[in-house]
Design a protein around this ligand. Structure first.
Ligand SMILES: [Zn+2]
Ligand SMILES: [Zn+2]
Length: 137
């Protein structure tokens, strides 16, 4: 893609982003979402349940034809210490990484981050056996 096309695409995304600067209702939890509360440019998920819709291929471009609900399935930490949410589309299975927003529900974020620890794929009591085995000289 040459630079001219790229700029054209950005302008398109810009207008789309401005078109959605109005309060909308979250399709998953029913909460009225005010995009102005995000504290940064583009809000792409609900601050309450953190769900999103599969409407973008790149953040803000509205280029995806899927429209499926995207569930928050994981949290990871970027190099600068900032948290990002992994969203997975219920309809097509695609995974997206999205920056967290200033007003994202911290309890929901934590519960997603803790899920692998709360539900380990092996019995926790085996950890003790394993630890004891490792401690033996
Ligand atoms: Zn929601
Ligand atoms: Zn999708």
């Amino acid at each position: 893609m040459d630079r001219k096309n790229k700029r054209k695409q950005l302008e398109k995304g810009y207008y789309k982003a401005h078109a959605c600067h109005e309060v909308f209702t979250c399709k998953v939890c029913g909460r009225a979402v005010d995009p102005a509360g995000a504290g940064s440019g583009h809000r792409n998920h609900c601050p309450n349940c953190l769900s999103s819709l599969h409407v973008d291929d790149e953040p803000g471009d509205r280029a995806a034809g899927c429209g499926g609900v995207m569930d928050p399935v994981g949290v990871w930490v970027r190099k600068n210490g900032e948290w990002a949410v992994i969203h997975r589309c219920r309809r097509c299975g695609v995974l997206h990484s999205n920056r967290t927003a200033a007003d994202d529900n911290p309890v929901k974020l934590l519960s997603i981050a803790l899920q692998p620890l709360a539900r380990p794929p092996f019995p926790l009591e085996h950890m003790r056996e394993l630890a004891e085995r490792l401690m033996k000289p």
